[in-house]
Design a protein around this ligand. Structure first.
Ligand code: PLP
Length: 411
């Protein structure tokens, strides 16, 4: 190991978190990110890795997309951060792009902030207090989004959380109906549960939930932080059900994989309270020119380079390949599921997840299990990954699954 690698890991051990450093080393991840392009990350020693995790869904366009980099560079030399008092053109341009009835946007810096904002805006618009979320959901780790998150492991150490949240079974519209009452401000759902293990709900679920919300005067918040901006082969996860939510939380791929940015996006009805009092919610960095220019360029590049279709086709190809491997090794893989380039591989045993991850990393392919469900390996490669690279990934995965099958009884 080079001095540079040792020194970096040493700094992690001393100044960041020794347990995290130990875990990374154990997983065979003793590499320092050097540079990246498309689906390839090259470490400081010149070793190349294929990125099948895509920064937990952030790299829809791949790494360092040239059109996004160019747009950010231009702003860098003009006015990178907003002064907040004068008008800001890149922010206006990005806000204009939102679809249909989702007319208004407020820009933030991360997924969790976009969820926090949606929760606040929903209370403001409805003057109601309660929320309905799904079991197994993941919405982030600040207090509001953590309260909406449906995994006790992340919630327990931080209690008391916010009041007024109920968690119901995901995919079951009747359970939502039973939980929403006259004081429910909003129902918050992921169109596909990401960190929960890539759970795709039954067709029509979101439409039914929207109808329930409309009937009872509550809002529907779609958490599109992971599913949004092309990940599932459509612009947004809600498009698969033909639904317009009242509020949408967006982040990850919105910055084109070059800048951090999140957005709270809403209909005029949802926005009424903010229009009355625009400074009830503010952010110093939110809406900065660098991030907004990245967002505008990312959306333009997705359109120009037909990335939604490419993501749909690449995702179908990858999923079919994984299903063939699952059929060969039922002792290791229980199910392959997902939409577009958001694919989960559910394993028969939790212990198989870490082993498969290590075996893939040894072959220089980055995958990981989902945060709420270590039994599910997720693949979220860039939408632009070509077939020959996917073939290589599948071949490596087949080898890793075969090796895991040999020891599955002991895991
Ligand atoms: N919502 C969903 C659906 C997510 O998948 C995530 C992160 O994985 C978040 C919110 C939180 O986003 P961030 O990590 O940018 O705060």
């Amino acid at each position: 190991m080079s001095n540079y690698v040792e020194e970096t890991i040493g700094k992690y051990e001393k100044y960041i978190n020794p347990a995290q450093a130990k875990l990374f080393r154990f997983m065979g991840l003793a590499s320092i990110e050097g540079h990246a392009e498309g689906w390839t990350i090259t470490d400081s020693e010149g070793q190349e890795f294929i990125d099948c995790l895509g920064g937990y869904g952030m790299f829809a366009l791949g790494h360092r997309h040239p059109k996004v980099v160019e747009a950010v560079e231009k702003e860098l030399h003009a006015m990178p951060m907003c002064g907040k008092v004068l008008f800001n053109r890149p922010m206006a341009d990005l806000a204009e792009i939102t679809p249909g009835e989702l007319q208004y946007s407020f820009f933030v810096n991360s997924g969790t902030e976009s969820v926090e904002g949606c929760l606040k805006v929903a209370r403001l618009a409805t003057k109601r207090k309660k929320f309905v979320a799904a079991k197994n959901a993941f919405h982030g780790k600040t207090f509001g989004s953590l309260t909406a998150t449906g995994r006790d492991m992340y919630r327990e150490p931080f209690k008391p959380l916010l009041d007024g949240f109920t968690h119901v079974e995901y995919g079951n519209a009747a359970a939502v109906d039973a939980a929403v009452d006259e004081d429910t401000a909003a129902v918050i759902l992921e169109p596909v549960q990401g960190e929960g293990g890539i759970i795709v709900p039954p067709a029509g679920y979101l439409r039914e939930v929207k109808e329930i919300c409309e009937k009872k005067g509550a809002l529907l918040i779609a958490d599109e932080v992971q599913t949004g901006i092309g990940r599932t082969g459509e612009w947004f996860g809600v498009n698969h059900d033909g639904v317009t939510p009242d509020l949408m939380a967006c982040a990850k791929a919105l910055g084109g994989g070059v800048m951090p940015i999140g957005a709270i996006i809403g209909t005029p009805r949802a926005w009424a309270g903010l229009i009355e009092a625009p400074f009830l919610h503010t952010s110093t960095f939110g809406g900065n020119q660098l991030a907004c220019a990245a967002g505008v360029a990312a959306i333009k590049a997705i359109k120009e380079e037909d990335m939604l279709r490419r993501g749909r086709e690449a995702g179908a190809y990858l999923k079919a390949g994984l299903e063939a491997i699952a059929a060969e090794y039922p002792s290791v893989i229980k199910e392959v599921r997902g939409r577009g380039m958001m694919i989960g591989i559910e394993l028969t045993k939790e212990g198989a997840g870490g082993m498969l991850m290590s075996l893939m990393i040894n072959q220089h392919i980055i995958v990981a299990y989902t945060l709420n469900n270590p039994k599910v390996i997720r693949m979220e490669p860039p939408l632009i990954m070509p077939k020959e690279v996917i073939d290589h990934v599948l071949e490596a995965f087949r080898g890793a699954v075969k090796e895991t099958a040999d020891v599955i009884e002991d895991l």
